[in-house]
Design a protein around this ligand. Structure first.
Ligand code: XMP
Length: 546
């Protein structure tokens, strides 16, 4: 079954929410891809006649015939000099289009409507009054709103929405009618039903628009005629077939880092080609407590995979000696990883493919931001290795978002304690030990970190928190234990919530949990006599301390 027959294209105009649109579409089990508004349209849209280029996550490289197009929001005004735009013929192809925010303003402008600059950006919650309960607004639970003092608005057809826009549409293009209004604007949504072109001024993709998912689903199912065929089982079937077709009887090697992505990628490749896959698990000495053993034993015992476990902690620590600069730590660990991996891979005869757990956010060409991925992946830069060993890449997760990788892991029957782990940076504890990394410091941090995680789990919070961990500070402070003065290390505890690592807020951990964490670390970890809690958000702070 080809799960890519139902595709939606999202053209990105730089909104911070573009990836959320993709998430909502995929939650509806419809496959979609994000493309920059100004690149590759010729290959994506059928009437332009050129087949899509191969690779780059386009579902096997065949022509990309979308069943619908979503135009994202963006920070520009349609009146800005050089404002992002589209060829007008996109609206004449008979493909349904939904413009969101900037996408709607651009649609209005290109099709002959009137868009006006607002003096101030409208930002925040608003109540929408729906005038046409068909089309994208079909079947919503109206009236489920937080009624303000806006009596004139009480009645059926009201929903909560999230606004964030500067311009507004003051004159509709010919053929369109207004389908919703708010207190501030008459044309909050518009539709040309005969051409299947829709626009919404608000953001249906964000959580603050509680019925936004339904609005997007209406577009996908009722207007584009998509079927919900993007399921994990269907994905596995296709991915396994793709891997087999690409690799044939060739041998594949896969680096296991201890993280979720590489483990899931390895299990998927193993399902496709069995023992022709060899995994190399490089223990770099800066993993969390028990992590290496857990991943290794699950993959070898439950999945019967072929894994070479290389304990390289000594080598890594030697290279890290005297290194205090955070970026140098990253580069040192990255280079050493490639070294160890390469020498191990060379021992396996006849390997021609390298499998990697690259995710979709790493390959999206985003107008707005590159995401943390550009930096994150630098430490696993295996480009040189591929060239030297003449290997080809296999990246079975490159169409998936992080939570889809977790769903895939579950569908592959991997245990929750591997799948649901919080993200962990490649350079590991090394960037949580401020200053020089030594074996002794790693030991202290590993123990303290394990206590933080145990207590967060005991409080039932682990799966609700994006990341929680301990940091070892390079200072000593005075304490008193029994009758004696101590002069020991400080541990900082960090817990943050985030959706993508780009922004984060510190978690208001219950005092009881903080108290247990502090008491246990000071009592149980030798060399620590003080624990502090980090109450900084990102920005301006980062999640990691280095
Ligand atoms: P920051 O500290 O930049 O972190 O707010 C954002 C997210 O990225 C992770 N991170 C890394 N992951 N290698 C990685 O694999 C790195 O060098 C790296 N630095 C930060 C961090 O844990 C958080 O999830």
């Amino acid at each position: 079954m080809d799960i890519h027959t139902e595709k939606i294209i999202i053209l990105d105009f730089g909104s911070q929410y573009t990836q959320l649109i993709a998430r909502r579409v995929r939650e509806a089990k419809v496959f979609c891809e994000i493309h920059p508004f100004d690149k590759g349209l010729d290959g994506l849209l059928p009437p332009f006649g050129v087949p899509a280029p191969r690779g780059a996550g386009r579902g096997g490289g065949e022509g990309f015939n979308p069943k619908g197009i979503i135009l994202s929001g963006g920070p520009s005004s349609v009146y800005d000099k050089g404002a992002p735009t589209l060829p007008k013929k996109i609206f004449d192809m008979g493909i349904p289009i939904l413009g969101i925010c900037y996408g709607m303003q651009l649609t209005a402008k290109l099709l002959g409507g009137k868009v006006e600059r607002s003096r101030e950006r409208e930002y925040g919650a608003a109540i929408l009054e729906i005038d046409d309960e068909a089309g994208i607004f079909y079947g919503l639970d109206s009236g489920k709103i937080k009624f303000g003092e806006r009596e004139g608005f009480l009645g059926a057809g009201l929903i909560d929405v999230w606004m964030s826009h500067g311009d507004k549409v003051v004159g509709l293009p010919p053929g369109f009618k207004a389908t919703a209004k708010s207190e501030n604007a008459l044309n909050c949504a518009m539709a040309d039903v005969s051409r299947k072109i829709y626009g919404v001024q608000f953001h249906p993709e964000v959580a603050h628009t509680p019925q936004g998912g339904k609005i997007i689903n209406n577009f996908l199912f009722n207007i584009c005629g998509c079927a919900p065929s993007w399921t994990m089982d269907a994905f596995i079937e296709t991915a396994v077939a793709d891997i087999r077709a690409k690799v044939g009887n060739g041998k594949v090697v896969c680096g296991i880092s201890g993280g979720v992505d590489s483990a899931v990628a390895a299990v998927l490749v193993h399902k496709a080609i069995g023992d022709n896959l060899t995994c190399i698990f490089v223990d770099n000495g800066v993993l969390r407590k028990g992590e290496a053993d857990k991943v290794y034993s699950t993959l070898t015992k439950s999945f019967k995979m072929n894994i070479r476990h290389v304990n390289a902690s000594g080598r890594f620590l030697k290279k890290l000696k005297g290194v205090t600069d955070p970026e140098r730590k990253r580069k040192t660990i990255g280079a050493e990883f490639v070294h160890v991996f390469e020498s191990e891979a060379r021992k396996i005869k006849g390997v021609s493919f390298l499998a990697q757990g690259t995710l979709y956010p790493d390959v999206i060409e985003s107008v707005s931001h590159k995401g943390p991925s550009a930096m994150i992946k630098s430490h696993h830069n295996v480009g040189g290795l591929l060239k030297k060993m003449r290997m080809k890449l296999v990246e079975p997760l490159r169409e998936l978002f992080k939570d889809e990788v977790r769903a895939l892991g579950r569908a592959l029957l991997m245990p929750d304690d591997i799948i649901d782990r919080q993200p962990f940076p490649g350079p590991g504890l090394a960037i949580r030990i401020i200053g020089e990394v030594t074996a002794g410091r790693c030991e202290i941090l590993r123990e303290a970190d394990a206590i933080v995680l145990e207590e967060i789990k005991a409080a039932g919070l682990y799966n609700k928190i994006w990341q929680s961990f301990a940091v070892l500070l390079p200072i000593k402070t005075v304490g008193v234990m029994g009758d004696a003065r101590t002069y020991e290390n400080v541990i900082a505890v960090r817990a943050v919530n985030s959706t993508d690592g780009m922004t984060a807020d510190w978690v208001r951990l219950p005092y009881e949990a903080l108290a247990r964490i502090s008491t246990r670390i000071i009592n149980e970890v030798r060399g620590v006599n003080r624990v502090v809690y980090d109450i900084s958000s990102k920005p301006p702070s980062t999640i990691e301390w280095e």
